[in-house]
Design a protein around this ligand. Structure first.
Ligand code: PRP
Ligand code: URA
Length: 209
């Protein structure tokens, strides 16, 4: 079976993605667009979370309902992934949050680890790895490797823009991981930037251009 790659189709998501792609969009509006796009992604990715049947009382009578059954964690890849956390926590406020600091080397584009702090109990947790950009795939491959080593077994990667090269890298290294994206772009350029892309996501989220 091939890798599951799901491109989320939603007019509001497409609207926010276009704002993000526009070079004229200032960092405050870019950050807000990442937040809103991530909330839409969170609705989609959480659709199949297992539910627990519960009995409750409305103000009028007893009834049955459903609550989220399992532990959920979100793990942003620093820095740009931080921009996606709030949108996920809006929908999944009980989620634990892990952090993986991974930066691409400017010359060879290889991932460099600089921080790791993960929640306990990852083996029984649905883990959403958050990173808006999947370019060469090096950062995501590394992040998923760290999470598997820490015991995570139910891993999904949530990005906003993916390059075919990054999707191929994940297929080779982590074919068990479901990938969610808002768009699959054309290609990488000679600097390993996604084209048409949206530029450097971390710099645009944090205004460090
Ligand atoms: C960006 C982005 C991803 C990575 C994608 O991070 O946020 O983590 O590049 O590229 P890859 O698929 O080729 O690994 P960057 O290294 O620019 O760090 P930043 O988020 O701190 O700006
Ligand atoms: N990281 C980014 O932020 N943008 C790209 O296009 C590629 C990697």
């Amino acid at each position: 079976m091939g890798q599951r790659i799901i491109t989320v189709q939603h007019t509001v998501l497409a609207d926010r993605l276009t704002l993000m792609r526009d070079r004229a969009t200032p960092h405050g509006i870019f950050r807000q667009a990442v937040y809103e796009a991530s909330a839409i992604m969170a609705v989609e990715v959480a659709r199949d979370l297992p539910a627990l049947e519960v009995e409750i009382e409305t103000p009028l009578e007893p009834t049955r309902g459903q609550r989220i059954r399992d532990e959920v964690a979100v793990v942003p890849v620093l820095r740009a992934g931080l921009g996606m956390v709030e949108g996920f926590l809006r929908l999944l406020p009980d989620a634990r949050v892990g952090h993986l600091g991974i930066q691409r080397d400017h010359t060879d584009h290889e991932p460099i680890d600089y921080f790791e702090r993960l929640p306990p109990g990852l083996g029984e947790t649905r883990v959403y790895v958050l990173d808006p950009m999947l370019a060469t795939g090096g950062s995501a491959v590394r992040a998923l490797h760290h999470l598997k080593r820490a015991g995570a077994r139910q891993l999904q990667l949530v990005c906003l823009v993916a390059a075919p090269e990054g999707l191929r890298a994940l297929e080779a290294e982590h074919p068990d991981v479901v990938i969610w994206t808002a768009a699959i772009d054309r290609e990488l350029d000679e600097n390993a930037y996604i084209r048409p892309g949206l530029g450097d996501a971390g710099d645009r989220v944090f205004g460090t251009l």
